[in-house]
Design a protein around this ligand. Sequence first.
Ligand code: HEC
Ligand code: HEC
Length: 162
Amino acid sequence: MNRVIQIRMSDAVVWAVSLLFAFGLLLNEAVAETRLPAAANDKWKAECGSCHIAYAPALLPAAAWRRVMAGLDRHFGTDASLDAASAAEIGAFLERNAASGKRAADTGALRITESRWFLRQHDEVRASAWKNPKVRTAANCSACHSGAERGDFDEDHVRIPR
Ligand code: HEC
Ligand code: HEC
């Protein structure tokens, strides 16, 4: 083998390794996007999971959770008040595990479903899909994401009901 080809071969190896590395990073990013960190708190599960799924803390920035927790007596048309100790424990848990990255951009929205990242992720969902009686509301994540309760929003597990 002549010297020039040898040099090209080692270049190719360096390129292949770099590409694999970059691909690994991309893959990691994609997984982080759709599998939310598994954070759990018994009180949160029980109190915030009785009327709808217990929305994963990573779905809203800390400031939005603070607003949600401050207005539980007028919670989206219902009264979800808690005793002060429970509210403090749940609030601290939500803020500690709140959204980071893209989802952390606080747009002032109280709802997950009105945040900019949510609207962007769902811009291909047809308007009629949200109105399907099996869905009713965008807040009903588990109607389409079977793993929503576990924080699994992997696109491979999405199924829009007909
Ligand atoms: C008494 C019932 C009830 C309880 C308890 C309750 N919620 Fe809700 N929550 C609702 C209703 C009703 C809505 C509005 C759902 C809709 O628009 O379809 C809602 C909506 C939400 C939303 C906005 C969903 C969206 O559209 O993005 C968040 C966030 C939320 N709740 C957090 C919590 C947290 C945190 C707790 C626990 C501290 C909690 N909820 C406890 C009834 C409840
Ligand atoms: C009407 C069905 C429907 C409902 C309800 C719904 N989603 Fe989705 N969601 C989808 C579809 C469809 C996609 C796009 C999947 C894709 O990229 O192919 C999606 C994508 C996502 C993604 C990005 C997944 C990825 O792999 O990029 C996240 C995160 C997500 N949804 C979270 C939520 C949350 C949180 C809720 C409830 C507050 C919710 N969704 C409610 C249908 C729904």
